[in-house]
Design a protein around this ligand. Structure first.
Ligand SMILES: Nc1ncnc2c1ncn2[C@@H]1O[C@H](COP(=O)(O)OP(=O)(O)OP(=O)(O)O)[C@@H](O)[C@H]1O
Ligand SMILES: [Mg+2]
Length: 215
């Protein structure tokens, strides 16, 4: 197990070809106006997992799904083709949804899947105006009885709940199938979950480590 300092979160998107969406800014994070955001709650360890194939990322998603509960939100961050949708397929599979059904919501901002619990799969990449996000009724989804997974969630970060799991996927090299996947709890909700997931990974054939608390 290795402890090390994380680089600052990369908030810049790279290599986008389409006109692309806007980033929603200028609103405090948290759906409820009075939602508390303690500094302490943000200081959490992150779990870093290495996968060497899409199949391994699927396995990680499936393992993660076991720790998810209705009302949970995951913010999926990573460049185009990083593997966000592959991870969602794994989560879907873990929730009893056929992963073949799961595709990036190309022409829609959201896909809903029915599993053991509903899975709400958002993709903020095509967002053009903040109003589009608001018109989705995102609050209903995020507060609702399903699990919300938001690809490119950093683009709508101010609209995310105060507690969510941030999952950042990075290619380990320009070519190849290696991916570094960082699971970072924002708020308290996922702290225990990533500790438990880390224990489970000891029995899976995936490399993992914890990193320190710095964002
Ligand atoms: N270790 C890995 N984990 C996940 N995907 C991998 C891995 N190695 C290779 N891949 C490949 O990378 C691609 C990831 O595509 P995916 O649609 O999941 O990306 P994405 O992050 O959702 O991109 P977008 O932002 O365009 O939605 C797939 O073709 C997958 O087979
Ligand atoms: Mg995708």
């Amino acid at each position: 197990m290795v402890l090390f300092l994380l680089r600052p979160t990369c908030r810049q998107r790279k290599g986008r070809e389409s006109p692309g969406p806007c980033r929603i800014e200028g609103r405090r994070r948290g759906i409820l106006e009075n939602e508390p955001r303690s500094m302490e709650a943000e200081v959490m360890k992150a779990l870093i997992v290495s996968t060497n194939s899409p199949e391994e990322t699927l396995v990680l998603g499936r393992m993660l799904a076991r720790w998810l509960e209705p009302g949970d939100t995951i913010n999926l961050v990573g460049d185009l083709g990083a593997g966000k949708t592959v991870l969602v397929k794994g989560i879907a599979s873990g929730l009893g949804i056929d992963p073949a059904q799961v595709t990036s919501p190309t022409f829609a901002l959201i896909h809903e899947y029915t599993g053991d619990v509903p899975l709400f799969h958002f993709d903020a990449y095509r967002l053009k105006q903040p109003e589009e996000w608001e018109n989705l009724g995102y609050e209903e989804y995020l507060r609702g009885n399903g699990i919300s997974v938001v690809e490119w969630g950093d683009l709508v970060e101010p609209y995310l709940p105060s507690e969510y799991l941030q999952v950042k996927i990075e290619r380990e090299a320009a070519q190849g199938d290696g991916r570094t996947i960082e699971l970072r709890p924002i708020g308290r909700r996922f702290h225990q979950a990533i500790q438990e997931l880390g224990k489970e990974l000891q029995h899976a054939d995936l490399g993992y480590r914890y990193c320190d608390n710095h964002r």
